[in-house]
Design a protein around this ligand. Structure first.
Ligand code: ZN
Length: 172
């Protein structure tokens, strides 16, 4: 039966997409479980054949066919890579940048830690713009200026990555 997707499989599919639509430029919070190869064709309720989509994208995929199957497969493939390589904050940032097309953004305290993996991969660059900071002075002569803001540029590689992610091209 179509509805007989085991609960643990449903949960894994929702967790994979962060309980949001798997389409990077959508990411709506209302989700349905969609079959990549339709149930009537595949009778396949496995994790590999399922993806979280919002009702709107589900209709665009299943009925209107303006999102095709290879694209859906690639969105799912990319989710796996993103989940392994980047933190939640970085994944959200990719989505925001995919929508806005911004090349510069500013983060607050500990911003450098939040985007560490993307920086390591060469997608964002800290140009050490003078920002807000706070000074710590110890009686022993210790002095350090801790930055409170971090300004990042999206590199050309980052722009390309975000574009590939947003359009469902392979990001591996
Ligand atoms: Zn959607």
């Amino acid at each position: 039966m179509r509805d007989h997707i085991p609960n643990d499989v449903k949960r894994a599919v929702l967790v994979e997409a962060g309980h949001r639509c798997a389409i990077p430029t959508c990411r709506a919070t209302t989700t349905e479980i969609a079959h990549i190869v339709s149930w009537s064709e595949s009778k396949d309720n496995s994790f590999e054949n399922l993806v979280a989509l919002c009702p709107n994208c589900h209709t665009r995929f299943d009925q209107k066919k303006d999102i095709d199957r290879p694209a859906i497969k690639m969105y799912k493939h990319n989710l796996g890579i993103l989940n392994n390589r980047y933190g939640e904050f970085e994944r959200r940032l990719f989505e925001v940048l995919a929508k806005s097309g911004e090349r510069v953004f500013v983060l607050g305290v500990a911003g450098d830690l939040l985007v560490a993996n993307a920086v390591k991969d060469g997608f964002f660059e800290d140009k050490h713009v003078e920002g807000m900071g706070f000074e710590v002075r110890g009686s022993n002569g210790f002095y350090k200026n801790f930055p409170m803001t971090f300004t990042y540029w999206v590199t050309d590689a980052g722009l390309e990555f975000i574009k590939r992610y947003a359009t469902g091209a392979d990001i591996a």
